[in-house]
Ligand binder design. Structure first.
Ligand code: V55
Ligand code: FE
Length: 488
Protein backbone atom coordinates (compact mmCIF):
# COMPACT_ATOMS: atom_id res chain seq x y z
CA UNK A 1 0.00 0.00 0.00
CA UNK A 2 1.74 3.11 -1.19
CA UNK A 3 -0.68 5.74 0.10
CA UNK A 4 -1.44 6.44 3.77
CA UNK A 5 -4.92 6.58 5.28
CA UNK A 6 -6.34 10.09 5.74
CA UNK A 7 -5.59 11.92 8.98
CA UNK A 8 -9.29 12.65 9.62
CA UNK A 9 -11.13 11.38 12.74
CA UNK A 10 -12.71 8.56 10.66
CA UNK A 11 -9.27 7.01 10.07
CA UNK A 12 -7.24 7.91 13.16
CA UNK A 13 -7.07 7.25 16.89
CA UNK A 14 -7.37 4.03 18.85
CA UNK A 15 -10.97 3.42 17.73
CA UNK A 16 -10.89 4.27 14.04
CA UNK A 17 -7.38 3.80 12.64
CA UNK A 18 -7.72 0.80 10.29
CA UNK A 19 -6.12 -2.42 11.56
CA UNK A 20 -6.54 -4.68 8.47
CA UNK A 21 -5.39 -7.73 10.42
CA UNK A 22 -6.45 -11.27 9.50
CA UNK A 23 -5.31 -14.35 11.37
CA UNK A 24 -5.65 -16.56 14.39
CA UNK A 25 -4.48 -16.58 17.97
CA UNK A 26 -4.80 -19.92 19.71
CA UNK A 27 -5.63 -19.77 23.44
CA UNK A 28 -5.77 -16.07 24.33
CA UNK A 29 -4.25 -14.76 27.57
CA UNK A 30 -6.91 -14.58 30.31
CA UNK A 31 -6.95 -12.58 33.56
CA UNK A 32 -9.54 -13.95 35.97
CA UNK A 33 -11.61 -17.00 35.08
CA UNK A 34 -13.77 -17.77 32.06
CA UNK A 35 -16.48 -20.15 33.37
CA UNK A 36 -16.16 -23.56 31.71
CA UNK A 37 -19.95 -23.62 31.14
CA UNK A 38 -19.57 -20.91 28.45
CA UNK A 39 -19.38 -23.07 25.31
CA UNK A 40 -19.86 -21.46 21.93
CA UNK A 41 -18.64 -18.72 19.61
CA UNK A 42 -19.08 -14.96 19.69
CA UNK A 43 -19.16 -13.84 16.04
CA UNK A 44 -18.79 -10.15 15.40
CA UNK A 45 -18.60 -7.76 12.40
CA UNK A 46 -16.60 -4.57 11.89
CA UNK A 47 -15.85 -2.17 9.04
CA UNK A 48 -12.08 -2.04 8.50
CA UNK A 49 -11.13 -0.38 5.21
CA UNK A 50 -8.63 -2.27 3.12
CA UNK A 51 -7.38 0.82 1.25
CA UNK A 52 -7.41 4.59 1.70
CA UNK A 53 -10.63 5.97 0.18
CA UNK A 54 -10.58 6.62 -3.56
CA UNK A 55 -12.19 10.04 -3.02
CA UNK A 56 -9.82 11.08 -0.23
CA UNK A 57 -12.40 10.76 2.58
CA UNK A 58 -15.02 8.25 3.60
CA UNK A 59 -17.41 7.37 6.40
CA UNK A 60 -17.13 4.60 9.00
CA UNK A 61 -20.11 2.69 7.53
CA UNK A 62 -18.30 2.19 4.19
CA UNK A 63 -15.34 0.10 5.43
CA UNK A 64 -14.73 -3.45 4.22
CA UNK A 65 -16.36 -6.05 6.48
CA UNK A 66 -14.16 -8.23 8.67
CA UNK A 67 -15.53 -10.99 10.90
CA UNK A 68 -14.11 -11.99 14.29
CA UNK A 69 -14.82 -15.30 15.99
CA UNK A 70 -14.10 -15.86 19.68
CA UNK A 71 -14.47 -19.58 20.39
CA UNK A 72 -15.16 -20.25 24.11
CA UNK A 73 -14.60 -23.81 25.34
CA UNK A 74 -13.55 -25.33 28.69
CA UNK A 75 -12.47 -21.96 30.09
CA UNK A 76 -10.29 -21.11 27.08
CA UNK A 77 -10.84 -18.69 24.19
CA UNK A 78 -9.42 -19.00 20.66
CA UNK A 79 -9.55 -16.07 18.23
CA UNK A 80 -9.91 -15.92 14.47
CA UNK A 81 -10.44 -12.91 12.19
CA UNK A 82 -11.04 -12.90 8.42
CA UNK A 83 -12.25 -10.39 5.86
CA UNK A 84 -15.42 -11.18 4.00
CA UNK A 85 -14.12 -11.70 0.45
CA UNK A 86 -16.76 -9.51 -1.13
CA UNK A 87 -16.78 -8.69 -4.83
CA UNK A 88 -15.60 -5.19 -3.97
CA UNK A 89 -12.77 -6.37 -1.72
CA UNK A 90 -11.52 -8.83 -4.37
CA UNK A 91 -11.52 -6.03 -6.96
CA UNK A 92 -9.64 -3.71 -4.60
CA UNK A 93 -7.01 -6.32 -3.83
CA UNK A 94 -6.47 -6.98 -7.54
CA UNK A 95 -6.08 -3.23 -8.16
CA UNK A 96 -4.24 -2.64 -4.85
CA UNK A 97 -6.43 0.44 -4.40
CA UNK A 98 -9.91 1.50 -3.39
CA UNK A 99 -12.25 1.59 -6.37
CA UNK A 100 -15.34 2.72 -4.52
CA UNK A 101 -16.67 6.25 -4.04
CA UNK A 102 -19.57 7.58 -2.02
CA UNK A 103 -21.34 5.18 0.39
CA UNK A 104 -24.14 3.34 -1.44
CA UNK A 105 -23.75 5.36 -4.62
CA UNK A 106 -22.73 3.12 -7.53
CA UNK A 107 -22.52 6.17 -9.84
CA UNK A 108 -19.44 7.33 -7.96
CA UNK A 109 -17.60 4.00 -8.17
CA UNK A 110 -14.80 3.30 -10.62
CA UNK A 111 -16.33 2.03 -13.91
CA UNK A 112 -14.49 -1.28 -13.47
CA UNK A 113 -16.64 -2.17 -10.42
CA UNK A 114 -19.97 -0.57 -11.33
CA UNK A 115 -21.58 -3.89 -12.24
CA UNK A 116 -20.29 -5.71 -9.17
CA UNK A 117 -22.22 -6.19 -5.95
CA UNK A 118 -21.58 -3.14 -3.75
CA UNK A 119 -21.90 -4.77 -0.30
CA UNK A 120 -19.16 -4.35 2.27
CA UNK A 121 -20.78 -7.08 4.48
CA UNK A 122 -19.68 -5.02 7.50
CA UNK A 123 -22.68 -4.66 9.84
CA UNK A 124 -23.74 -7.92 11.46
CA UNK A 125 -23.17 -11.67 11.38
CA UNK A 126 -25.66 -14.44 12.22
CA UNK A 127 -25.81 -18.23 11.83
CA UNK A 128 -28.72 -19.58 9.80
CA UNK A 129 -29.22 -23.10 8.43
CA UNK A 130 -25.52 -23.93 8.81
CA UNK A 131 -24.26 -20.79 7.08
CA UNK A 132 -22.72 -17.80 8.74
CA UNK A 133 -24.30 -14.74 7.07
CA UNK A 134 -22.32 -11.49 6.89
CA UNK A 135 -24.83 -8.69 6.45
CA UNK A 136 -25.08 -5.22 4.93
CA UNK A 137 -28.51 -3.75 4.38
CA UNK A 138 -27.90 -2.82 0.71
CA UNK A 139 -27.46 -6.37 -0.57
CA UNK A 140 -28.12 -10.07 -0.18
CA UNK A 141 -25.96 -11.61 2.57
CA UNK A 142 -22.57 -13.16 2.04
CA UNK A 143 -22.37 -16.76 3.27
CA UNK A 144 -19.29 -17.85 5.21
CA UNK A 145 -18.12 -21.15 6.63
CA UNK A 146 -18.76 -20.80 10.40
CA UNK A 147 -15.66 -22.80 11.33
CA UNK A 148 -13.01 -21.43 8.94
CA UNK A 149 -14.68 -18.02 8.24
CA UNK A 150 -13.92 -18.62 4.55
CA UNK A 151 -16.29 -16.74 2.24
CA UNK A 152 -18.56 -19.00 0.19
CA UNK A 153 -20.18 -16.15 -1.72
CA UNK A 154 -23.32 -14.07 -2.11
CA UNK A 155 -26.30 -16.03 -0.76
CA UNK A 156 -29.85 -15.65 -2.12
CA UNK A 157 -31.30 -18.45 0.01
CA UNK A 158 -31.20 -20.88 -2.89
CA UNK A 159 -33.05 -18.51 -5.19
CA UNK A 160 -35.78 -17.70 -2.66
CA UNK A 161 -34.68 -14.08 -2.06
CA UNK A 162 -36.79 -11.91 -4.37
CA UNK A 163 -35.52 -8.55 -3.10
CA UNK A 164 -32.40 -6.56 -4.00
CA UNK A 165 -31.61 -6.00 -0.33
CA UNK A 166 -31.62 -7.79 3.01
CA UNK A 167 -31.49 -6.25 6.49
CA UNK A 168 -28.47 -6.31 8.79
CA UNK A 169 -30.88 -6.82 11.73
CA UNK A 170 -32.76 -10.08 11.23
CA UNK A 171 -34.27 -11.75 14.33
CA UNK A 172 -34.71 -15.38 15.26
CA UNK A 173 -38.12 -16.49 16.50
CA UNK A 174 -37.34 -18.20 19.81
CA UNK A 175 -40.26 -20.61 19.45
CA UNK A 176 -39.67 -21.86 15.88
CA UNK A 177 -36.06 -20.91 15.10
CA UNK A 178 -37.36 -19.11 12.00
CA UNK A 179 -35.30 -16.24 10.58
CA UNK A 180 -37.49 -13.10 10.62
CA UNK A 181 -36.08 -10.61 8.15
CA UNK A 182 -36.79 -7.86 5.63
CA UNK A 183 -35.40 -5.67 2.90
CA UNK A 184 -35.97 -1.96 2.25
CA UNK A 185 -35.23 -0.22 -1.04
CA UNK A 186 -36.15 -3.77 -1.87
CA UNK A 187 -36.60 -3.20 -5.63
CA UNK A 188 -33.33 -1.28 -5.92
CA UNK A 189 -31.85 2.08 -4.93
CA UNK A 190 -34.42 4.71 -3.93
CA UNK A 191 -37.47 2.42 -4.26
CA UNK A 192 -40.04 2.68 -1.42
CA UNK A 193 -40.74 -1.06 -1.50
CA UNK A 194 -40.30 -3.13 1.66
CA UNK A 195 -40.49 -6.92 1.93
CA UNK A 196 -40.89 -9.09 5.05
CA UNK A 197 -39.79 -12.73 5.04
CA UNK A 198 -39.92 -15.65 7.44
CA UNK A 199 -37.42 -18.38 6.55
CA UNK A 200 -37.43 -21.57 8.63
CA UNK A 201 -34.45 -23.04 10.46
CA UNK A 202 -33.77 -25.41 7.54
CA UNK A 203 -33.73 -22.51 5.06
CA UNK A 204 -37.21 -22.77 3.48
CA UNK A 205 -39.09 -19.52 2.92
CA UNK A 206 -42.48 -19.69 4.69
CA UNK A 207 -43.75 -16.15 4.32
CA UNK A 208 -43.18 -13.21 2.00
CA UNK A 209 -45.13 -9.95 2.39
CA UNK A 210 -44.59 -6.79 0.31
CA UNK A 211 -45.62 -3.29 1.31
CA UNK A 212 -44.86 0.16 -0.11
CA UNK A 213 -43.63 2.82 2.34
CA UNK A 214 -44.82 6.45 1.98
CA UNK A 215 -41.33 7.27 0.63
CA UNK A 216 -37.88 5.68 0.32
CA UNK A 217 -35.96 6.10 3.56
CA UNK A 218 -33.70 4.15 5.88
CA UNK A 219 -35.19 1.25 7.86
CA UNK A 220 -32.11 0.12 9.75
CA UNK A 221 -33.54 -2.12 12.48
CA UNK A 222 -37.12 -3.38 13.01
CA UNK A 223 -39.24 -5.24 15.55
CA UNK A 224 -41.22 -8.47 15.49
CA UNK A 225 -43.65 -9.61 18.18
CA UNK A 226 -45.80 -12.76 18.31
CA UNK A 227 -48.43 -11.11 16.12
CA UNK A 228 -46.93 -8.02 14.49
CA UNK A 229 -44.05 -6.67 12.41
CA UNK A 230 -43.01 -3.03 12.91
CA UNK A 231 -40.82 -1.05 10.48
CA UNK A 232 -39.35 2.23 11.84
CA UNK A 233 -39.01 4.52 8.79
CA UNK A 234 -36.33 7.05 9.72
CA UNK A 235 -36.34 10.69 8.49
CA UNK A 236 -33.31 9.81 6.33
CA UNK A 237 -34.61 9.83 2.78
CA UNK A 238 -33.17 8.55 -0.49
CA UNK A 239 -33.45 10.34 -3.83
CA UNK A 240 -32.62 8.75 -7.20
CA UNK A 241 -31.68 12.09 -8.77
CA UNK A 242 -29.29 12.94 -5.94
CA UNK A 243 -27.62 9.56 -6.46
CA UNK A 244 -27.23 10.22 -10.20
CA UNK A 245 -25.56 13.52 -9.37
CA UNK A 246 -23.04 11.76 -7.17
CA UNK A 247 -24.63 12.84 -3.88
CA UNK A 248 -25.08 11.06 -0.59
CA UNK A 249 -27.40 8.09 -0.31
CA UNK A 250 -29.31 9.52 2.67
CA UNK A 251 -30.39 13.04 3.58
CA UNK A 252 -31.88 14.05 6.93
CA UNK A 253 -35.34 15.65 6.71
CA UNK A 254 -36.03 17.81 9.81
CA UNK A 255 -39.62 18.35 8.61
CA UNK A 256 -40.57 14.68 8.52
CA UNK A 257 -42.11 12.66 11.35
CA UNK A 258 -40.78 9.35 12.59
CA UNK A 259 -43.01 6.75 10.94
CA UNK A 260 -43.68 3.20 12.07
CA UNK A 261 -45.29 0.76 9.63
CA UNK A 262 -47.23 -1.87 11.59
CA UNK A 263 -48.59 -5.01 9.93
CA UNK A 264 -49.89 -8.37 11.08
CA UNK A 265 -47.35 -11.17 10.68
CA UNK A 266 -50.04 -13.47 9.28
CA UNK A 267 -51.62 -10.83 7.02
CA UNK A 268 -50.89 -9.96 3.39
CA UNK A 269 -49.57 -6.45 4.10
CA UNK A 270 -52.75 -4.64 3.03
CA UNK A 271 -53.48 -3.99 6.73
CA UNK A 272 -50.28 -1.91 7.19
CA UNK A 273 -50.86 1.17 9.35
CA UNK A 274 -48.32 4.00 9.52
CA UNK A 275 -48.10 5.44 13.04
CA UNK A 276 -46.19 8.67 13.58
CA UNK A 277 -44.17 10.49 16.22
CA UNK A 278 -42.44 13.90 16.00
CA UNK A 279 -39.17 14.19 14.06
CA UNK A 280 -36.40 12.22 15.72
CA UNK A 281 -33.84 9.49 15.23
CA UNK A 282 -34.99 5.92 15.84
CA UNK A 283 -32.16 3.78 17.16
CA UNK A 284 -31.75 0.01 17.45
CA UNK A 285 -34.49 -2.21 18.86
CA UNK A 286 -33.87 -3.51 22.38
CA UNK A 287 -36.92 -5.78 22.26
CA UNK A 288 -40.67 -5.67 21.57
CA UNK A 289 -43.79 -7.61 22.48
CA UNK A 290 -47.56 -7.42 22.19
CA UNK A 291 -50.49 -8.32 24.43
CA UNK A 292 -52.91 -8.84 21.58
CA UNK A 293 -54.22 -5.28 21.50
CA UNK A 294 -51.13 -3.24 22.32
CA UNK A 295 -47.59 -3.37 20.93
CA UNK A 296 -44.63 -2.29 23.07
CA UNK A 297 -41.23 -1.49 21.53
CA UNK A 298 -38.20 -0.45 23.56
CA UNK A 299 -35.57 1.50 21.66
CA UNK A 300 -33.30 4.50 22.14
CA UNK A 301 -34.74 7.59 20.42
CA UNK A 302 -32.81 10.86 19.91
CA UNK A 303 -34.47 14.25 19.33
CA UNK A 304 -32.56 14.90 16.09
CA UNK A 305 -29.99 13.64 13.60
CA UNK A 306 -26.99 11.87 15.13
CA UNK A 307 -25.57 10.77 11.75
CA UNK A 308 -23.33 13.79 11.07
CA UNK A 309 -22.32 12.14 7.78
CA UNK A 310 -25.92 12.37 6.45
CA UNK A 311 -26.73 16.09 6.93
CA UNK A 312 -29.93 17.86 5.95
CA UNK A 313 -30.23 19.63 2.57
CA UNK A 314 -28.41 22.79 3.75
CA UNK A 315 -25.47 20.63 4.78
CA UNK A 316 -25.95 21.08 8.51
CA UNK A 317 -26.42 18.76 11.46
CA UNK A 318 -27.53 19.85 14.92
CA UNK A 319 -24.70 20.29 17.47
CA UNK A 320 -24.71 17.01 19.46
CA UNK A 321 -25.07 18.89 22.78
CA UNK A 322 -28.46 20.23 21.63
CA UNK A 323 -29.91 16.71 21.26
CA UNK A 324 -31.56 14.61 23.95
CA UNK A 325 -31.65 10.85 23.89
CA UNK A 326 -33.24 8.12 25.98
CA UNK A 327 -34.27 4.50 26.01
CA UNK A 328 -37.97 4.84 25.19
CA UNK A 329 -40.98 2.58 25.49
CA UNK A 330 -43.21 3.04 22.43
CA UNK A 331 -46.81 1.88 22.84
CA UNK A 332 -49.10 1.30 19.87
CA UNK A 333 -52.79 0.71 20.64
CA UNK A 334 -54.05 -1.42 17.76
CA UNK A 335 -57.66 -1.17 18.95
CA UNK A 336 -57.67 2.64 18.88
CA UNK A 337 -58.24 4.63 15.71
CA UNK A 338 -55.78 7.24 14.54
CA UNK A 339 -52.06 6.99 13.97
CA UNK A 340 -50.36 8.29 17.09
CA UNK A 341 -48.30 6.37 19.60
CA UNK A 342 -47.12 6.90 23.14
CA UNK A 343 -43.41 7.40 23.86
CA UNK A 344 -42.25 7.18 27.49
CA UNK A 345 -38.63 7.30 28.72
CA UNK A 346 -37.43 4.19 30.57
CA UNK A 347 -34.14 5.77 31.70
CA UNK A 348 -32.55 9.19 31.99
CA UNK A 349 -29.29 8.71 30.10
CA UNK A 350 -28.33 8.36 26.43
CA UNK A 351 -27.44 4.84 25.34
CA UNK A 352 -27.14 2.68 22.22
CA UNK A 353 -26.31 -0.84 21.01
CA UNK A 354 -29.12 -2.37 23.10
CA UNK A 355 -29.26 -6.15 23.56
CA UNK A 356 -31.61 -8.47 25.38
CA UNK A 357 -31.83 -12.17 26.15
CA UNK A 358 -32.55 -13.44 22.62
CA UNK A 359 -34.58 -16.37 23.99
CA UNK A 360 -37.24 -13.72 24.78
CA UNK A 361 -37.16 -11.94 21.40
CA UNK A 362 -40.67 -10.63 20.70
CA UNK A 363 -41.98 -11.82 24.09
CA UNK A 364 -42.64 -10.05 27.40
CA UNK A 365 -39.23 -9.54 29.04
CA UNK A 366 -37.36 -7.55 31.69
CA UNK A 367 -33.63 -7.46 31.07
CA UNK A 368 -31.93 -5.02 28.71
CA UNK A 369 -28.21 -4.35 28.29
CA UNK A 370 -26.77 -1.25 26.63
CA UNK A 371 -23.59 0.76 26.35
CA UNK A 372 -23.75 4.40 27.34
CA UNK A 373 -21.79 7.59 27.72
CA UNK A 374 -21.63 9.25 31.13
CA UNK A 375 -20.08 12.72 30.61
CA UNK A 376 -19.62 13.23 34.38
CA UNK A 377 -17.07 10.41 34.59
CA UNK A 378 -13.35 11.16 34.25
CA UNK A 379 -11.72 10.96 30.82
CA UNK A 380 -7.95 10.95 30.33
CA UNK A 381 -7.71 13.56 27.60
CA UNK A 382 -3.99 14.05 28.32
CA UNK A 383 -3.22 10.49 27.22
CA UNK A 384 -6.07 9.84 24.78
CA UNK A 385 -6.75 13.19 23.12
CA UNK A 386 -10.31 14.29 22.37
CA UNK A 387 -13.21 11.89 22.85
CA UNK A 388 -13.94 10.17 19.54
CA UNK A 389 -17.38 9.81 17.89
CA UNK A 390 -19.39 6.95 19.42
CA UNK A 391 -17.49 6.84 22.70
CA UNK A 392 -19.17 4.61 25.33
CA UNK A 393 -17.59 4.63 28.78
CA UNK A 394 -20.36 2.74 30.56
CA UNK A 395 -22.17 -0.58 30.46
CA UNK A 396 -25.73 -0.60 31.80
CA UNK A 397 -28.29 -3.25 32.75
CA UNK A 398 -31.82 -1.84 32.53
CA UNK A 399 -34.72 -3.71 34.08
CA UNK A 400 -37.47 -2.45 31.75
CA UNK A 401 -40.21 -3.71 34.10
CA UNK A 402 -38.97 -1.89 37.23
CA UNK A 403 -36.89 0.90 35.65
CA UNK A 404 -33.98 -0.06 37.93
CA UNK A 405 -30.57 0.30 36.31
CA UNK A 406 -27.17 -1.07 37.25
CA UNK A 407 -24.05 0.34 35.64
CA UNK A 408 -20.35 -0.28 35.37
CA UNK A 409 -17.81 2.39 34.41
CA UNK A 410 -14.58 0.78 33.23
CA UNK A 411 -12.03 3.59 33.60
CA UNK A 412 -10.97 6.92 32.12
CA UNK A 413 -9.65 5.53 28.82
CA UNK A 414 -12.01 2.66 27.91
CA UNK A 415 -14.68 2.51 25.20
CA UNK A 416 -17.14 -0.40 25.02
CA UNK A 417 -18.23 -2.02 21.77
CA UNK A 418 -21.64 -3.73 21.51
CA UNK A 419 -21.84 -6.63 23.99
CA UNK A 420 -23.96 -9.78 23.75
CA UNK A 421 -25.94 -11.69 26.35
CA UNK A 422 -25.10 -15.40 26.74
CA UNK A 423 -27.45 -17.54 28.87
CA UNK A 424 -25.79 -19.54 31.66
CA UNK A 425 -27.32 -22.66 30.09
CA UNK A 426 -30.14 -23.36 27.64
CA UNK A 427 -32.93 -23.21 30.24
CA UNK A 428 -31.53 -20.64 32.66
CA UNK A 429 -34.06 -17.94 33.70
CA UNK A 430 -34.26 -14.78 31.60
CA UNK A 431 -31.16 -12.61 32.09
CA UNK A 432 -29.24 -15.28 34.03
CA UNK A 433 -25.90 -15.56 32.28
CA UNK A 434 -23.04 -13.48 30.98
CA UNK A 435 -22.37 -10.24 29.17
CA UNK A 436 -19.50 -10.60 26.71
CA UNK A 437 -18.11 -7.63 24.82
CA UNK A 438 -15.01 -5.91 23.50
CA UNK A 439 -13.54 -2.85 25.13
CA UNK A 440 -10.92 -0.56 23.57
CA UNK A 441 -8.21 0.83 25.85
CA UNK A 442 -7.62 4.07 24.01
CA UNK A 443 -4.46 5.19 25.82
CA UNK A 444 -2.85 1.77 25.58
CA UNK A 445 -4.12 1.24 22.01
CA UNK A 446 -5.20 -2.24 23.07
CA UNK A 447 -8.43 -4.25 22.98
CA UNK A 448 -9.75 -6.71 25.58
CA UNK A 449 -12.74 -9.03 25.53
CA UNK A 450 -14.64 -8.88 28.83
CA UNK A 451 -16.91 -11.40 30.51
CA UNK A 452 -19.28 -10.10 33.21
CA UNK A 453 -21.98 -11.80 35.24
CA UNK A 454 -25.13 -10.33 33.66
CA UNK A 455 -26.92 -9.90 36.99
CA UNK A 456 -23.88 -8.29 38.64
CA UNK A 457 -22.31 -6.02 36.04
CA UNK A 458 -21.50 -3.35 38.67
CA UNK A 459 -18.89 -5.72 40.09
CA UNK A 460 -16.89 -5.53 36.84
CA UNK A 461 -15.57 -8.38 34.72
CA UNK A 462 -14.98 -11.89 36.00
CA UNK A 463 -12.58 -12.42 33.09
CA UNK A 464 -10.51 -10.10 30.92
CA UNK A 465 -9.34 -11.80 27.74
CA UNK A 466 -6.33 -9.99 26.34
CA UNK A 467 -5.89 -9.60 22.59
CA UNK A 468 -2.31 -9.13 21.42
CA UNK A 469 -3.45 -6.36 19.03
CA UNK A 470 -5.92 -3.50 18.91
CA UNK A 471 -9.20 -4.07 17.06
CA UNK A 472 -11.12 -1.31 15.30
CA UNK A 473 -14.52 -0.11 16.56
CA UNK A 474 -17.12 -2.62 15.43
CA UNK A 475 -20.88 -2.95 14.97
CA UNK A 476 -22.94 -6.03 15.75
CA UNK A 477 -22.50 -9.70 16.55
CA UNK A 478 -24.18 -12.78 17.89
CA UNK A 479 -23.58 -15.80 20.09
CA UNK A 480 -23.75 -19.30 18.63
CA UNK A 481 -23.85 -22.17 21.16
CA UNK A 482 -21.21 -24.88 20.64
CA UNK A 483 -23.99 -27.42 20.09
CA UNK A 484 -25.14 -25.48 17.01
CA UNK A 485 -21.75 -25.52 15.29
CA UNK A 486 -20.69 -28.40 13.03
CA UNK A 487 -17.22 -28.88 14.47
CA UNK A 488 -14.55 -27.42 16.71
C1 V55 B 1 -26.24 1.78 9.91
C2 V55 B 1 -25.02 1.18 9.74
C3 V55 B 1 -24.58 0.88 8.46
C4 V55 B 1 -25.34 1.17 7.39
C5 V55 B 1 -26.57 1.76 7.56
O1 V55 B 1 -26.12 2.05 12.26
C6 V55 B 1 -27.02 2.07 8.83
C7 V55 B 1 -26.75 2.15 11.23
C8 V55 B 1 -22.57 -0.13 9.13
O2 V55 B 1 -23.39 0.32 8.14
O3 V55 B 1 -24.88 0.88 6.14
FE1 FE C 1 -27.21 -1.64 13.40
Amino acid sequence: MTRPFPSSPEFTGALYKPVRFEGEVYDLEIEGTVPAEIDGTFFQAAPDPQYPPMLGEDMFFNGDGVISAFRFKSGHVDFKRRYVMTERLKAQRAARASLHGVYRNQYTNDPSVRDLNNSTANTNVILHAGRLLALKEDSAPYALDPVTLETIGLWDFDGQLTSATFTAHPKIDPASGDLLCFGYEAKGDATPDVVYYEIDAQGRKKRETWIVAPYAAMIHDFAVTENYVIFPLMPLTVDAERLRQGGKHFQWQPGLDQLFGVLRRDGDGRDVRWFKAPNGFQGHTLNAFDDGGRIYIDMPVTSGNIFYFFPQSDGTVPPPETLSSNMMRLTFDMNARGNTLQMTPLTQFPCEFPRSDDRYMGRPYQHGFVIAMDPTKPFDEARVGRRPFQFFNMLAHINVATGKTKTWFADDQSCFQEPIFVPRHADAPEGDGYIIGLVNRLAERATDLLVLDAQHISEGPIATIKLPMRLRMSLHGNWVPGSALHAG
